[in-house]
Write a protein that binds this ligand. Structure first.
Ligand SMILES: [Fe+2]
Length: 320
């Protein structure tokens, strides 16, 4: 264990927690602290390689999290971080109508690009979309969180709406016919990246490789999504989608490194829709693919990232 140095500049309250298990097999290049009797004690200074044995030892010693100072990044010129707090108090909140119209329009335009063959399926999907808009209208505080996301990370906001439409279409095609179940999937998909609110905009928009600290921030967004939404009554299915949407069938995803059967089917659907929506969107650092090329790219290069069953369904939905 490295020498411990009392950090006098920061209190533990000013630091952010980082799950110890997130560090397994990784190298960090920033300071990480232990909480010793409420005081931050420097444990790792970068670059620092994290072995499984060391993480197990820390667990044995009673530690499950370390702490870092998000403001200590090199070139930390962004003042955004930590300042965005969604409106989740009990105050009366006006429904952000522009968010509802973006959701409505985005769902309609995305589903129009898909080949939903059965009129019954098309009607069901349309009813689920209508229900989602009514739901968001009924929960203005929740819709305000989406509004905050649209201001903080416009790409993710619109991307989430596309992911939602794709997810509902795939789920319906795979035999999910119950509208409440489809609603849970729709809500999970539209909120899956709400934790981006806690990630610096500079990192979200970065075109080059992420530093290890930036990587740590990004990988925390599923947990942060759940934390941001804990004030709201959200179904277990919706929560599972949000926390598991970056898990991979090969067990190399995050935050839990779940393997195929451990990942709920709904999260596997949203995971695929998320990847497909990203590949078919224009981004400064990536060539926009058409639908056919995107599915071919996933089959050829990302097969370990996605589950095969929803991919086969997506393939039928994009067929001309
Ligand atoms: Fe995500």
């Amino acid at each position: 264990m490295p020498a411990k140095t009392l950090e006098k500049a920061s209190s533990i309250e000013s630091l952010r927690p980082l799950e110890l298990d997130e560090l397994e097999g990784r190298t960090t290049d920033f300071q990480l602290y232990l909480d010793i009797a409420g005081k931050p004690v420097l444990y790792a200074d970068g670059p620092y390689e994290w072995s499984i044995a060391e993480i197990e030892k820390l667990h044995e010693d009673g530690f499950s999290v370390l702490f870092y100072d998000p403001k200590a990044r090199n070139n930390a010129d962004s003042l955004e971080y930590g300042k965005i707090e969604p409106m989740i108090d009990d105050a009366v909140v006006e429904v952000p109508s522009e968010v509802l119209s973006h959701v409505r329009d985005g769902l309609s335009s995305t589903i129009a690009t898909l080949n939903v063959q059965s009129p019954v399926s098309a009607a069901k999907i349309s009813a689920v979309f209508d229900d989602l808009v009514v739901f968001l209208t009924s929960y203005p505080q929740l819709t305000a969180v989406l509004r905050d996301l649209s201001h903080h990370d416009t790409y993710t906001f619109f991307h989430s709406i596309r992911t939602c439409a794709l997810s509902v279409a795939i789920a319906e095609d795979l035999g999910v016919k119950d509208e409440d179940h489809l609603h849970d999937i729709a809500l999970g998909a539209v909120l899956h990246d709400i934790g981006h609110l806690k990630v610096e905009r500079e990192i979200l928009e970065k075109q080059g490789a992420l530093t290890s600290m930036e990587w740590v921030q990004v990988r925390q967004h599923p947990r942060q999504s759940i934390e941001l939404l804990e004030e709201f009554e959200i179904s277990p299915t919706t929560k599972a989608i949000i926390i598991q949407h970056h898990e991979r069938p090969d067990g190399k995803g995050y935050p839990f490194s779940l393997t195929c059967d451990e990942i709920c089917p709904e999260a596997r659907i949203v995971n695929l829709a998320d990847i497909f929506a990203a590949l078919t969107s224009p981004r400064p650092y990536q060539r926009q693919l058409n639908k056919t090329s995107a599915v071919a790219f996933i089959r050829q290069n990302l097969s370990e990232f996605v589950a095969p069953v929803p991919l086969a369904s997506l393939e039928t939905l994009i067929a001309d």
